[in-house]
Design a protein around this ligand. Structure first.
Ligand code: A2P
Length: 275
């Protein structure tokens, strides 16, 4: 069975470029979806403490029969758990729920600048990596000034910034800033929560290539160099989405999707998102 190509992060760790996202799934849905994904060939699953489904993901990992080092597991520290002591409790709880002694990637979920704790929290993640609780560490929803601040304060660059990114929302300044700093981007809501599937340019490319609209969008992320974590609760879609690895978009098709950008943010603005 084909597996997703690996992208080497700035700390040398390798991340499969296509993973399963499990946002808004309960434990049982996340359990089923993760098992379906492993069967389809996925080896990367992305959860978070706030999704409240780490236990379901952990059950799927335990039942999969896959060796631990074959699977890449990401989870995220929730906003209320920022700060030195709280963060340690946060990662311990996540590891316990997942049934793991380390995660592959641990992220600060949102900067929440109003609480003023993201630098202190980042220092704590640096310790977690040294202690082997996380192979790689990164952030999510960090804007350029948040990235610059943690870099200035600690000298340690995150390996990943996981951000909202889909054809109708392409934050170019942030993408370029991450690229300049050597930070890999993971796209959350890579399909625009399914709304971007209906975009006329995506539909036209799907028709021309015989691929599904979801495959076209996922392929666009991968060819742009982003890691994508589309989510689906439906086994047939989980399988079909993995088929994005087998198609190729030409330069004109890539350019058409690049041109679909429309400032269509779906989630909160990280500058104002509060704890
Ligand atoms: P479902 O779970 O019913 O499959 P995103 O990852 O951008 O947030 O998008 C997730 C949404 O897209 C979910 O509502 C999911 O619904 C839907 N989705 C995922 N894959 C596909 C697909 N191949 N075709 C249509 N909808 C999809």
């Amino acid at each position: 069975m084909a597996s997703a190509p690996l992208k080497t992060l700035n700390d040398g760790t390798q991340i499969p470029v296509l993973g399963l996202g499990v946002f808004q799934m309960d434990n049982d849905e996340a359990h089923r979806a993760t098992l379906s994904a492993f069967e389809a060939g996925y080896r990367h699953v992305d959860t978070a403490a706030i999704y409240r489904n780490e236990e379901g993901v952990g059950r799927a990992i335990a039942e999969s029969g896959l060796a631990r080092d074959e699977i890449f597991v990401t989870t995220k520290l929730w906003n209320k758990a920022q700060g030195r002591d709280n963060a340690r409790v946060g990662i311990s709880r996540s590891l316990e729920k997942l049934g793991l002694d380390r995660v592959d990637l641990y992220l600060i979920h949102w900067p929440c600048p109003n609480s003023g704790l993201y630098v202190e929290t980042w220092e704590q993640l640096i310790d977690f990596r040294s202690e082997g609780l996380a192979r790689s560490i990164g952030v999510s929803n960090f804007l350029p000034d948040h990235l610059d601040t943690i870099l200035d304060e600690t000298g340690i660059t995150p390996s990943v910034n996981q951000i909202e990114l889909h054809p109708t929302f392409q934050p170019d300044d942030l993408i370029n800033h991450c690229s300049d700093l050597g930070i890999a981007i993971t796209s959350w809501s890579p399909l625009g929560a399914a709304a971007d599937l209906e975009h006329p340019d995506i539909q036209a490319i799907a028709k021309a290539t015989g691929a599904t609209a979801a495959q076209v969008i996922i392929r666009w992320h991968l060819q742009r160099g982003f890691v994508a974590i589309p989510k689906s609760t439906k086994p047939e879609r989980i399988v079909a989405n993995f088929g994005a690895l087998d198609i190729e978009l030409d330069a004109d098709q890539m350019e058409a999707i690049d041109g679909a950008s429309a400032d269509n943010r779906l989630g909160p603005n990280p500058a104002t998102m509060e704890v």
